[in-house]
Design a protein around this ligand. Structure first.
Ligand code: PGA
Length: 256
């Protein structure tokens, strides 16, 4: 696991320009935790103003198209994200897999398009409640990792810290229901095994984040769990107060 924890906020389809003040408050607070790598993925419309103002945290997109440009009405490409200041993109979030029917193959193509554009990538995976109840969670997630991650060739020139996998059980997203720490540890170990199979030694620097109802109260226990390299945070990243509490759970405040 990489040394510094990676805490990423995913604002989903939330936030107008009025929310930029909240983002700036997060940025100012994050500067007090130099040992924590903090990032925020606002909606497309806020990427540029936020990236221009941010000093301590990285700005990213929540999705990108597989093509660099072309006749794809309403879509945004990875080079466009990079052009407006994004340094990473989230791909394969379960809401995109569900709302837009995204397959593992499409997620992989998006991840590779992002790398081509010089972006870091967070690839999301996670099982549904039915799959967990049927005892298939590890098999489902392992297959998603195998088929959604960019190829070893695609990452050959990339610093390993530029790729992360986010394990987000679908039933834990936005529900207030968090996975048990022991289940998170078991799944992160299974994901680590697949990353090693895909990338060999180079996979060591790939962080595995947990996501799904992470909040100020449960963050410390989740972040301390074996194999957890950070968190992907939805609802609790929308307010500086709750998001900064999660950042604080991941690191130590500097006494400047
Ligand atoms: P949540 O969302 O923290 O609101 O559960 C997490 C995510 O979907 O990334």
């Amino acid at each position: 696991m990489s040394a510094s924890p990676y805490i990423v906020g995913n604002w989903k389809m939330n936030g107008t320009r009025a929310m930029l003040a909240e983002a700036r408050a997060i940025d100012r607070a994050a500067a007090r935790y130099p040992g924590v790598q903090v990032a925020l993925a606002p909606p497309f419309t806020l990427i540029q103003p936020f990236a221009e103002a941010a000093q301590a945290i990285a700005t990213g997109g929540q999705d990108c198209h597989v093509a660099a440009k072309g006749a794809h009405t309403g879509d945004i490409s990875a080079p466009m994200l990079a052009d407006c200041g994004a340094s990473f993109v989230i791909v394969g979030h379960s809401e995109r897999r569900k709302d837009h029917g995204e397959s593992d193959a499409l997620v992989k193509a998006k991840a590779e398009a992002a790398i081509d554009a010089g972006l870091g990538v967070i690839v999301c995976v996670g099982e549904t409640l039915e799959e967990r109840d049927a005892g298939k969670a590890e098999a489902v997630v392992s297959k998603q990792v195998d088929k959604s991650l960019p190829s070893a060739e695609a990452i050959a020139e990339l610093a390993p810290g530029r790729i992360s996998v986010a394990y987000e059980p679908v039933w834990a997203i936005g529900t207030g229901r968090v996975a048990e720490v022991e289940d998170v540890v078991a799944m992160h170990a299974a994901i680590r095994a697949r990353i090693t199979a895909a990338y060999g030694d180079k996979g060591e620097g790939v962080r595995i984040l947990y996501g799904g109802s992470v909040n100020a109260e449960n963050a410390a226990a989740l972040l301390a769990a074996e194999g957890v390299g950070g968190a992907l945070v939805g609802g609790a990243s929308l307010a500086a107060e709750s998001f900064v509490a999660i950042i604080a759970a991941a690191g130590t405040e500097s006494v400047a």
